[in-house]
Design a binder for this molecule. Structure first.
Ligand SMILES: [Zn+2]
Length: 138
């Protein structure tokens, strides 16, 4: 894909994300429900498609992030961001309330069980996005 086309594509995606954020912040309840019904499945499908490309191979490396000269150990940055935003952040209740526990019975795990769970250092706080193994070798 040529550079201009790539920029157009990226801008379209950023604008779409901005529009959804704006809707979440400003739309009335009825519009929000309607947007959630149409957009949430698209967003979850997008995450699934992206995560599939970053599933670890038989050696435990990410085939998409690895190069011929540098193997990228799973979980790669894409999985770390997914965990940070989908599990550690917004969707996972920090202190379950009555409403949360009611929902929990029906909620399925949004992320499939990972064969190599990240270490505690990789799953906590802002530094979860920094892969310590990569930082050492870089
Ligand atoms: Zn990856």
């Amino acid at each position: 894909m040529d550079q201009v086309l790539g920029q157009v594509l990226r801008n379209a995606v950023w604008e779409r994300l901005d529009m959804l954020t704006d809707l979440a912040n400003r739309a009335d309840a009825q519009s929000l429900v309607s947007v959630a019904r149409s957009e949430l499945p698209r967003l979850t499908e997008a995450w699934r498609a992206m995560l599939k490309m970053h599933e670890p191979d038989e050696r435990g490396d990410c085939p998409t992030c690895s190069t011929r000269w540098h193997r990228c150990k799973a979980p790669c940055s894409v999985w770390q961001v997914a965990h940070e935003h989908l599990v550690a952040g917004g969707l996972a209740p920090q202190q379950p309330s009555a409403a949360d526990s009611r929902l929990q019975g029906r909620r399925k795990s949004p992320v499939p069980t990972h064969p190599a769970p990240p270490t505690a250092a990789e799953t906590t706080g802002r530094h979860a996005l920094v892969n310590p193994r990569r930082a050492v070798t870089a």
